[in-house]
Design a protein around this ligand. Sequence first.
Ligand code: ATP
Length: 365
Amino acid sequence: MAEIRIENLRKTFGDFVAVQNSSFVVEDGEFLALLGPSGCGKTTTLRMIAGLELPTEGRIFLDGEDVTFNRARDRDIAFVFQLFALYPHFNVRKNIGFPLLAQGVPKAEIRERVEEIARLLQIDDILNKPVSGLAGGDRQRVALGRAIVRRPKCFLMDEPLGTLDAEFRDVMVRELRELHNRIHATTVYVTHDQLEAMAMADKIAIMNHGIIEQFGTPQEVYNLPASMYVADFVGSPPMNFIHFEGGVQKGNGSVAINGAQIKVPELHEDISPTKLALGIRPEHIQLDDNGPVRGSVFESEYLGTTQIVAVDLGNEIIKARVSSERQLKIGENVGLTFDSAKLSLFEVESGRAIQSVLYEGVSHG
Ligand code: ATP
């Protein structure tokens, strides 16, 4: 297995910049998700790592070796596409074993390796079936088997679960992560689905218009979003933003929201007056009759053990995740308290998080 190192990668198509200033390291055995909306440059980044697209600028290293100008077939990388074409006239065994046959591996060894992979993927009972009649999930497993059997240095996957229905997707998300835990193959996985990325990845790179907005663990991007874009993209419902204009003093600062003083995490320097947004996740807001921030219930969405309550603060609506046992009426006046330690602060114009808000030793990455 191998480390993948990307340095200052840039890709333009004519005047259009698809990927810019991309630098990151996927450590040996790590699972990285490239996450972002359609058109943000995920596939282009993956294709450059695979050797299917030449970067306009920058370098790609595989296990320390500069492979920027190596052809795809000389990179020892396996690529799993969304619509992975299986050979329809072959059975499962031949589909999985085909890359080894092409490499001239002896037949007995192919048999052994195919059966080992089939057991790993729990498709050893369908080895002799034609692939044409297989269900979507089994086809994906055969495709994965064909990629794994070569024992490549790393795997690149482009929305491999994109065509599966929701129920099967959940099963495959778990299976892919379990498979990764067993074989520890360095993996780069492209997805636009934040839940998939959060559930599977060791690290997530969140892309926006060709730029990596944040690179970190799922916990880091969720708890300490580097920008309003990340805070909004990750989490469902996303982070709430409460806009205000003003400055914040260092030390134990507080900000004024709807006439109430809200304590914010310790600042290390003063923030001079500007347009700011306080960021708070729905689960860090509590309904509290004596809460300093007042609003009226706008709507409520029942989710079983919890409910998502939208509260109208006058000029913005924020969402809180609270116990579904609390009975609420539309229009009811409620008080809210915020978990101060979990607040984020953003500079609205740039959209970036204000790093100095954070406690000593914690960084937005
Ligand atoms: P999707 O999930 O829709 O594929 P993505 O994040 O993977 O989204 P890319 O496929 O990397 O996005 O595309 C990034 C941008 O680059 C898009 O605007 C796309 O139209 C453009 N692009 C990609 N390949 C080419 C090409 N060969 N020529 C011109 N533009 C391209």
